[in-house]
Design a protein around this ligand. Sequence first.
Ligand SMILES: Nc1ncnc2c1ncn2[C@@H]1O[C@H](COP(=O)(O)OP(=O)(O)OP(=O)(O)O)[C@@H](O)[C@H]1O
Ligand SMILES: [Mg+2]
Length: 293
Amino acid sequence: MDKYINQAKTLMEALPYIKKFNNKIIVIKYGGSAMIDEQLKMSVIKDITLMKLVGIKPVVVHGGGKKINEMLSKIGKESVFIDGLRVTDDDTMEIAEMVLSGNINKSIVQMFQQQGIKAVGISGKDGMTIQAEKNMPGGKDIGWVGEIKQVNPELIISLIEDDFVPVVAPIATDKNNHTYNINADYVASAVASSLKAEKLIYLTDVEGVLRDINDLDTLISRINVNDIESMKEEKTITGGMIPKLDNCRKSIEDGVNSVHILDGRQDHCLLLELFTNSGIGTMIYKTEDQDGK
Ligand SMILES: Nc1ncnc2c1ncn2[C@@H]1O[C@H](COP(=O)(O)OP(=O)(O)OP(=O)(O)O)[C@@H](O)[C@H]1O
Ligand SMILES: [Mg+2]
């Protein structure tokens, strides 16, 4: 009997959070190696299924860097990154679109549907959801890497209203019909801003932001948006963490209430973050008194 009472208590602990997030849009950026392992992938999908069934409106934006690297190496092409952005020539663009809009996008949709949840996979091309232009970071030409010019959330909103989970691949076009690969962290942030989401959660393949990338005991649980620039200068954050934190700041400035970076490899990380008092990973905050939820 005690076991069941404890189970009931656990459910009741979640009640204030279920009330708080009911009907709210939460954007989840899904990426890193957490997406390669099928079991971990299903665990994330099940967490999002539960979120949906308790009245939250989840929107998934996915990356797929590791899978793109895998496919590129199969055709003997090396992956090159500059400040966390993939240098994208014609062949790389073709592979990136096939992997992101095809393989990864549809496998996520399929997994939701296995759980009895309606999902629709789109890329930024569909419904003209994302318009891009060429990204030239620091004046450097890194190929078909797009910068987001505009997000038109109309299609995503109608999918949410029709009870679907929208699953968005980070591919877009410009006015000249060029296809661009956009770092999914940018897409997640821009989509969250355009939907005025309650929360943006980055699921990645590290515990959160670490002060020393080789030491798990150096997890930083809270970062003030104003400290991000100096962390970049000190090189505390490098590679794929740079676009993530740049975009955390942008979303917070655009009015998204809270932004979190969580370890997607940790079972039920989303449930732990959303429905329990314990905070995991790294939270990016604007004001000292933000409670983290
Ligand atoms: N200070 C830091 N703390 C934690 N991770 C860091 C830090 N600096 C750099 N990183 C790197 O950032 C990586 C996460 O970004 P990465 O782009 O590889 O994954 P992702 O964005 O989750 O997935 P995808 O690019 O497929 O969408 C970590 O695996 C780690 O190597
Ligand atoms: Mg990345």
